[in-house]
Write a protein that binds this ligand. Structure first.
Ligand SMILES: Cc1cc2nc3c(=O)[nH]c(=O)nc-3n(C[C@H](O)[C@H](O)[C@H](O)COP(=O)(O)OP(=O)(O)OC[C@H]3O[C@@H](n4cnc5c(N)ncnc54)[C@H](O)[C@@H]3O)c2cc1C
Length: 450
């Protein structure tokens, strides 16, 4: 018996699922095909993790080892829903795991959110990380910017906006991103959170990094650091919060210098409205909140306003529905029980599994997708009796299907070509890599000699 498995989504969750399955002790052989709609694998590790985080980007090397291990075939530039459908997968595989992640911005429902100059963090991240499906130009013409959110993505966005472009030249940022950031007139980036400094979702490492940028001053306000009982309890009971408190204490001791740029952290601030002038963002109006004594906050009725010319909401990511697959519109995930996809009536859908952010929502680090994948794969293995019985399980038949449809798919060899090309571009400029961002160019490099 051989399990022919399709995995849709070549981010860390999909690649870890392949790795765990192939290493597992099991009474059958496996043959895995990994599909991604992009010509390059690695999902948000390539297109989400900030370029100035080379250590995290380095996880790509471990993921690449899995792809190079010889048990996984890669089909890049294949979009599930258009190039290949659920009906096709049932014809060619015994089962499918969806690991399509989350790339859209969660909504923030306040007046003015649709004004010119109001953006989603996910779109900006896609731009600076060179995602092939977003425009190459990003309007960086604001001097004062607000970022709403108190998670790591908000810090990434604030850092990328405030950092001097020349300090990113050691990274893999594409040329158009360097040029855009270099021309930015930004002077002040204001980061807002509804709750207090001891309730943030930042990781200590990311927070500390924010205070280490060259020629950027950190501004925090004494009024935010009058801790309530719940905050004091969090400092003693939670190691992360303890370290975060230490970082803020160090910042409070520092003299504010005369840097050309500033990052301001504002806590206890609930968004009320993005104010517009002539259709464009001109100010941010927010309500001061206060601790409610139980770790939450309540409004005080005090409304404040600061002038800004751009607003970024970093209030979370959201998954996208997939054709023919159940979708939980409220949480932006595929409904599932430990990775077994559930149909509308709550019963388990045979042969269909989910893992990673599309399974559990857009929270958690890359490492968490590994434990996710373990759980999903263990169900897949146990469910052998309910796998599909495909009419065309032969490995060549899916290749024929895509070829007949005229899908310009890329493979692992093609990814190696693109990878080598990007490294060569980088070497010529004294950098490790420079990303190719144009989809057609990525495909043509990957398929050269095809
Ligand atoms: C801005 C940002 C910064 C982050 N920084 C860090 C960090 O520093 N450290 C850390 O540990 N974690 C970080 N994370 C979290 C980490 O990126 C996620 O935990 C992880 O990438 C989730 O993996 P995934 O495989 O579920 O989804 P993804 O990485 O999103 O992969 C999903 C893949 O599915 C593909 N896909 C989607 N739809 C289709 C379709 N219809 N057909 C075919 N393919 C499809 C996508 O192209 C993508 O390649 C960050 C996340 C974000 C958003």
């Amino acid at each position: 018996m051989k399990l022919r498995l399709a995995i849709v989504g070549a981010g860390p969750a999909g690649i870890y699922a392949a790795d765990i399955l192939q290493k597992q002790d099991r009474p059958f052989e496996v043959s895995i095909d990994l599909f991604d709609r992009l010509p390059a694998p690695y999902g948000l590790v390539r297109y989400g993790v900030a370029p100035d985080h080379p250590r995290i980007k380095g996880i790509i090397n471990a993921l690449r080892d899995v792809l190079d291990s010889g048990v996984v075939r890669v089909f890049g530039n294949v979009n599930f829903g258009t190039d290949i459908t659920l009906a096709d997968l049932k014809q060619h595989y015994n089962a499918v795991i969806f690991s399509t992640g989350a790339i859209a911005d969660a909504p923030l429902d306040i007046p003015g959110i649709d004004l010119e100059g109001s953006y989603g963090a996910a779109d900006f991240v896609s731009w600076y990380d060179g995602h092939p499906d977003v425009p190459r130009d990003w309007p960086l013409n604001a001097r004062e910017v607000a970022v709403m959110g108190n998670g790591n993505v908000a810090l990434d966005v604030a850092r990328m906006l405030a950092k001097h472009a020349d300090d990113l030249l050691t990274t893999e940022i594409p040329d158009n991103v360097y040029a855009g950031l270099k021309a930015s007139p930004v002077t002040d980036v204001h980061v807002f959170g509804r709750r207090g400094p001891m309730q943030v979702k930042f990781s200590p490492l990311e927070l500390r990094e924010l205070g280490e940028m060259r020629d950027v001053d950190m501004i925090i306000h004494d009024e935010d650091f009058d801790y309530d009982e719940a905050s004091r309890a969090a400092i003693t009971s939670n190691k992360q919060v303890f370290v975060i408190d230490k970082i803020f204490s160090q910042w409070k001791e520092r003299e504010v210098g005369n840097a050309s740029r500033r990052v301001h952290l504002h806590f206890y601030s609930k968004p009320v409205e993005i104010v517009g002038e002539n259709g464009a963002v001109s100010a941010f109006r927010f309500e001061r909140t206060e601790a409610d004594g139980e770790g939450g906050v309540r409004g005080t009725g005090e409304i404040r306003e600061i002038p800004i010319q751009a607003f970024y909401r970093a209030v979370g990511y959201f998954g996208c529905p997939l054709d023919g697959i159940p979708f939980d519109e409220r949480h932006g995930v595929i409904p599932n029980h430990e990775g077994q996809v559930l149909s509308d009536d709550g019963s388990v859908l045979s042969g269909v599994y989910a893992t990673g952010w599309i399974k559990r929502g857009p929270v958690g680090l890359i490492g968490h997708t590994k434990s996710d994948a373990m759980e999903t794969v263990s169900h897949l293995v146990k469910d052998q009796a309910s796998w599909w019985a495909p009419a065309h399980p032969e490995e060549h038949s899916v290749v024929e299907l895509l070829t007949d449809r005229g899908v310009a798919f890329t493979n692992l060899e093609g990814w190696h070509k693109l990878d080598d090309h990007e490294k060569a571009l980088g070497e010529a400029a004294g950098r490790e890599r420079i990303k190719v961002v144009d989809r057609d160019e990525m495909i043509s490099i990957s398929r050269s000699g095809h």
